[in-house]
Design a protein around this ligand. Structure first.
Ligand code: NI
Length: 138
């Protein structure tokens, strides 16, 4: 772990009040920890916009009775097998399935995979979470 550095920040009082209220709702106990997380979030977003090697998770909810849907979901996943680490399939009830696709690779490929899965007709919901491989993140 690198050494801690203290620095001063000047900002409008109203903004600080809003910030403190916000981080309290998010259960932070101090500003430093909240700021660290915000900075890390920004750096992870930057990895994604610069097409770096990243990780991420895609979630899907669909009705497996819908004709051709499962085949399409699988076809797309096979097209992107190089950036899929694992897929977990949960049967929510008689009809609905929940799938978590864990990805690792170039951010552009993962975003493309997400868009292709999301745009398959009859997918009820598709979610997306950006993450990092952590190598360039202190
Ligand atoms: Ni299922």
């Amino acid at each position: 772990m690198s050494k801690l550095v203290r620095f001063g920040v000047s900002l409008e009082e109203d903004l600080l009040v809003k910030f403190d209220r916000h981080i309290k709702q998010k259960k932070y106990t101090n500003r430093s920890e909240a700021l660290r997380d915000m900075i890390r979030d920004e750096l992870v977003k930057k990895e994604w916009t610069e097409n770096k090697e990243v990780t991420g998770a895609i979630t899907l909810v669909y009705d497996h009775h819908t004709r051709e849907l499962v085949t399409k979901v699988l076809d797309v996943q096979h097209d992107y097998h190089e950036c899929i680490l694992s897929t977990q399939h949960i049967h929510l009830d008689h009809r609905n399935c929940f799938e978590i696709v864990v990805t690792k690779g170039k951010s552009k490929d993962i975003e493309e995979l997400y868009q292709k899965l999301k745009s398959i007709k009859s997918v009820k919901h598709a979610g997306f979470m950006m993450a990092t491989q952590g190598k360039d993140l202190p």
